[in-house]
Design a protein around this ligand. Structure first.
Ligand SMILES: [Zn+2]
Length: 183
C-alpha cells in the first residue's frame, strides 16, 4: 500500500523484523502499532490457534481487520473505511480491487479443500491479466509468493511469477521457551 502520511521514523522493514521476533500475537500486534513508525505494510499476523489479523496501517493510523468466516483476502489497497483517506492515489487501485475480490471469491469457492498444492494454483490465477493475482503488469510484477501452514509450521516459497516458478518447502522452527507460535 502507498500511503499519503509517510514521514521520518522507524522504517517498515525494521517493524517487520520486530514482528517476526514476537512470541505472542499481542506482541506482534504491538509492533505493528509502534507510534514512531515512518509508514506501514499491511502486516498479516496470525497464530496457531487460528487467530488472524490484517493490520492495515499507515504511519499515523492503523485498523486491525479480524478474519471473518475463516477467510481473509487482502491485496494492495486500503479496505477499511477508516483507512481509505490514507490511500496515496485512489485512481490507481483498480487492479488491486480486482485481485482482492478475485482472491476472496477463490478462497470461498475452495473453502474446506484448501491445501498448499491448491494454494499454488490459486496464486497462479490470471483473472484480470496482466494485473492478476499472478501479476504480469507493466509497473510491477509478482516477485515472490509464500504459503504458510501454521499448525505444522511448514512454508512453501516461490520466486518470480507463480505460473512459472517451483516452490521450495521449508520447515519452520517453533519458539522453545513458551510454546506460543506465530507467523
Ligand atoms: Zn502468471
Amino acid at each position: 500500500m502507498n500511503s499519503n502520511d509517510v514521514r521520518p521514523g522507524v522504517p517498515r522493514l525494521l517493524v517487520v523484523r520486530a514482528i517476526l521476533g514476537s512470541r505472542t500475537l499481542s506482541e506482534a500486534m504491538s509492533h505493528c502499532l509502534i507510534p514512531q513508525r515512518a509508514s506501514s505494510y499491511n502486516n498479516v499476523i496470525a497464530d496457531g490457534s487460528g487467530e488472524v489479523y490484517s493490520m492495515e496501517g499507515s504511519a499515523t493510523d492503523c485498523e486491525a481487520l479480524y478474519i471473518a468466516d475463516d477467510v481473509m483476502a487482502h491485496a494492495n489497497h486500503y479496505v477499511a473505511p477508516s483507512m481509505r483517506r490514507f490511500e496515496l492515489d485512489r485512481s490507481s487501485i483498480a487492479g488491486s480491487i480486482i485481485r482482492h475480490n478475485r482472491a476472496d471469491y477463490l478462497l470461498r469457492q475452495n473453502y474446506g479443500k484448501l491445501t498448499a498444492e491448491l494454494f499454488r494454483s490459486l496464486l497462479a490465477d490470471h483473472a484480470g491479466y496482466p494485473t492478476s493475482i499472478c501479476k504480469h503488469g507493466t509497473g510491477s510484477v509478482t516477485v515472490f509468493s509464500i504459503i504458510i501452514q501454521l499448525e505444522q509450521l511448514r512454508a512453501w516459497i516461490g520466486r518470480g511469477h507463480v505460473c512459472e516458478t517451483e516452490f521450495v518447502e521449508y520447515q519452520l522452527e517453533p519458539y522453545q521457551n513458551d510454546g506460543n507460535k506465530y507467523a
